[in-house]
Design a protein around this ligand. Structure first.
Ligand code: XUL
Ligand code: CO
Length: 437
């Protein structure tokens, strides 16, 4: 079989290694807080960025050759992509992958032929999964590229397009179950609007929820036991996307009674586009018991779009893993929804990118475990609210008070003392000491 990546399996060599094709921090079998590093960090490869995307942007053509030696849009190409993907995952020690239906095969003019191609490629992938032990993290349907989806899928203005979307979701669920996927993602690619002059927002939201409810009903019927995920994003491609951020998506799920079957797939770059930190959207999801999976990437502070970069910012990976540890882990995984920069167009660049991302998350995990063990930050937060642990505070928390009781208490007390200092700078210094000390 053709070898696409001309290296041996990438090994852990430690921080002093100068080998570009070795991990400096990711040591899969190292035990931390009672679990192997690779169990804390269930990394996944995104089929689309690695095996499909050649770096095309609105100003220019592809720079990277993703033909993998086959004629594009053929089944040979689909299989060559799978071969290259599995070889790369094996060499990197990545145990999961994520896919859109149309990452796997070229779409045909007739949906029946597209589905036949999907059956053929999923048989092929299943064989490779059996021989390598690599697993499927989640599947999804691409309902945003084709021009029929100009107004979205669930949010479309056309009942026929809505049915086509339903057909794609049905098939993508079949594939996810066939490949044993842990989750099924709805990223609202074009589920949003440009102007309310032509949009019935309430109608579109009702329809999106309806599509999701039918997906849950069908998925459970065919034996899908995993989680459905919404992946929030505030904008791009639409000016205003409905699943703006974690809080909005959770509100939507609760409103339509979908919260028992759905969790969130939180993407770093989407959270920052929404004007939040990555940590914020992770916390919002976790505190609602809905932190399911993570799209591990990063954006660029100076750019207002989804740059989907491999993570290198160790503060962010640290605070991400801190949230994950505090949540008791995730049932999903860490999917590198990330691509190399357009001028980094070689296969070596793909490997460097994964090594960077995996090492950044390993550092994040090591730091997060130290923050938890150090305990000063958690203790500070607990202490900060300690006035609610006894006396009138405990009565408030215990819901034993009425507004009149509190007013009488306040009048008797007079002007309260200022709350204790928030000590942000001290805590930031502790974070630095824990990370670099
Ligand atoms: C787009 C994005 C998608 C989803 C899956 O911004 O993140 O790739 O992860 O559709
Ligand atoms: Co994503």
């Amino acid at each position: 079989m053709t070898e696409y990546f001309n290296i041996k399996k990438v090994q852990y060599e430690g921080p002093n290694s100068k080998n570009d094709f070795a991990f400096k921090f990711y040591n899969p079998d190292q035990i931390l807080l009672g679990k192997k590093m690779k169990e804390h960090l269930p990394f996944a490869m995104a089929w689309w960025h690695n095996l499909c995307n050649g770096g095309k942007d609105i100003f220019g053509d592809e720079t990277a050759d993703k033909s993998f030696g086959a004629e594009t849009k053929t089944m040979e190409h689909a299989k060559a992509k799978a071969d290259a993907g599995f070889e790369m995952m094996e060499k990197l020690g990545i145990e999961y992958f994520c896919f859109h239906d149309l990452d796997l095969v070229a779409e045909a003019d007739d949906i029946k032929e597209t589905n036949r191609r999907l059956d053929e490629i999923s048989d092929y992938i299943l064989e490779k999964m059996k021989t390598t032990g690599i697993k499927c993290l989640w599947g999804t349907a691409n309902m945003f590229n084709n021009s029929r989806y100009m107004n979205g899928a669930g949010s479309t203005t056309s009942a026929d397009v809505f049915c086509f979307a339903a057909a794609q979701v049905k098939k993508a669920l079949d594939l996810t179950v066939k490949l044993g996927g842990k989750g099924y993602v709805f990223w609202g690619g074009r589920e949003g609007y440009e102007t309310l002059l032509n949009t019935d927002m309430k109608f579109e939201l009702d329809n999106i929820a309806n599509l999701m409810s039918m997906a849950v009903e069908y998925g459970r019927k065919i034996g899908f036991k995993g989680d459905f995920y919404i992946e929030p994003k505030p904008k791009e491609p639409m000016k205003h996307q409905y699943d703006y951020d974690a809080a909005t998506a959770i509100g939507f799920l609760k409103q339509y009674g979908l919260d028992k079957d759905f969790k969130l797939n939180v993407e770093a770059n989407h959270a920052t586009l929404a004007g939040h930190t990555f940590q914020h959207d992770l916390r919002v999801s976790a505190m609602n018991g809905m932190l399911g999976s993570i799209d591990a990437n990063q954006g660029d502070n100076l750019l207002g779009w989804d740059t989907d970069q491999f993570p290198s910012n160790v503060y962010d990976t640290t605070l991400c893993m801190y949230e994950v540890l505090k949540a008791g882990g995730i049932t999903g995984g860490l999917n590198f929804d990330a691509k190399t920069r357009r001028p980094s167009y070689t296969r070596e660049d793909m490997l460097h990118a994964f090594i960077l991302g995996m090492d950044s998350f390993a550092l994040g995990l090591l730091n997060a475990a130290k923050i938890v063990e150090d305990g000063r930050i958690d203790d500070f937060v607990k202490e900060r609210y300690s006035s609610f642990e006894s006396g009138i505070g405990a009565e408030i928390v215990g819901k034993k008070t009425k507004l009149e009781d509190l007013a009488a208490y306040a009048e008797k007390l007079g002007e309260p003392a200022l709350p204790e200092s928030g000590r942000q700078e001290k805590l930031e210094a502790i974070l630095n000491t824990v990370m670099f000390g």
